[in-house]
Design a binder for this molecule. Structure first.
Ligand code: FE2
Ligand code: FE2
Length: 291
């Protein structure tokens, strides 16, 4: 049975292609001097350049299998993710300039992603769908509450806000591609496929978050039980990012789930208004068309 996508017909996916932090340095503990918060976001940033390249390849593989309007959205998605990769590569250099050795995180991820070549493209796409859900719901939580980036250096906060906005904007591109290329499957099989992949990806995603934080704690000389207790409080208590995303994570397992069943474009527009963009956000936007 064909699934009509709830993606809003007037959705605009606008690759803003901004640059952040050029010619600047970043404090070692750039979120309010907090090594726990910094380790969490540093650990995530280090996965973006390679991770988003994987997302791009997974979705691009099926570009010719979807209708032209969806192809335009894929093109805009690719532009956004490519700019995110570039800006997080720069941010990751700032992390290294602050004195951290991040090679173990990067090489471990590279090894893991190298296996993608041998996997079925539909499995890579389903993994991208799951990871894009994570990025979208984390982005939503981050934009909704200023407490997540309280005390962050302003340029770093702008980078993460920009990234969060665009993750919300393109949150259904991989999902809609998945719906299109699996439309011949019975609904139950399709649900089972994406749900099992989500469980596997969630396991990997959470373990990677914790492992990567440990790499920073080691180098800060604070890899101790007390730091991990603080980490648990940070993630599940206050500001509690992981706790906040649990309902949205669970919603993925509902039959008939679609990312746009929650329309959070108002949140995105609010964030954009505070970003002080150097160019018109409407210029070159991609919805039905593409820049
Ligand atoms: Fe991204
Ligand atoms: Fe994304």
């Amino acid at each position: 049975m064909q699934h009509a996508s709830p993606t809003p017909a007037d959705l605009t996916i606008n690759p803003r292609n901004l640059m952040f932090g050029r010619g600047r340095t970043c404090d070692r503990w750039w979120i309010g001097g907090d090594p726990v918060a910094t380790a969490f976001y540093n650990g995530m940033s280090l996965t973006f350049p390679l991770g988003e390249a994987f997302f791009i390849e997974s979705v691009r593989h099926f570009r010719d299998a979807v209708p032209p309007a969806q192809q335009a959205q894929i093109d805009a998605f690719i532009k956004q993710e490519a700019a995110h990769s570039r800006e997080h590569s720069h941010f990751n250099r700032q992390i290294q300039d602050a004195g951290y050795d991040v090679s173990v995180i990067e090489s471990e991820l590279a090894q893991r992603l190298a296996k993608a070549k041998d996997r079925h493209p539909a499995l890579n796409l389903a993994m991208t769908v799951a990871l894009e859900h994570f990025t979208a719901i984390i982005a939503h939580a981050c934009l909704k509450s200023p407490r997540h980036f309280k005390g962050a250096s302003s340029e770093a906060a702008r980078l993460w806000k920009w990234h969060a906005m665009e993750e919300i904007e393109h949150k259904a591109v991989a999902f809609d591609t998945f719906l299109e290329v699996t439309k011949g499957l019975p609904a139950f099989k399709r649900w089972k496929f994406r749900s099992l992949v989500m469980l596997q990806v969630s396991n990997f995603f959470l373990r990677a978050r914790i492992r990567n934080m440990g790499v920073f704690f080691d180098q800060d000389g604070i890899n101790k039980p007390g730091t991990w207790l603080r980490t648990m409080w940070y993630l599940l208590g206050y500001p509690g990012l992981l706790r906040q995303i649990i309902p949205a994570w669970l919603s993925f397992f509902r039959p008939g789930f679609h990312p746009w069943l929650q329309d959070d474009r108002a949140l995105l527009r609010e964030a954009e208004a505070t970003l002080d963009l150097p160019m018109s956000p409407k210029t070159g936007a991609a919805s039905g068309g593409v820049r």
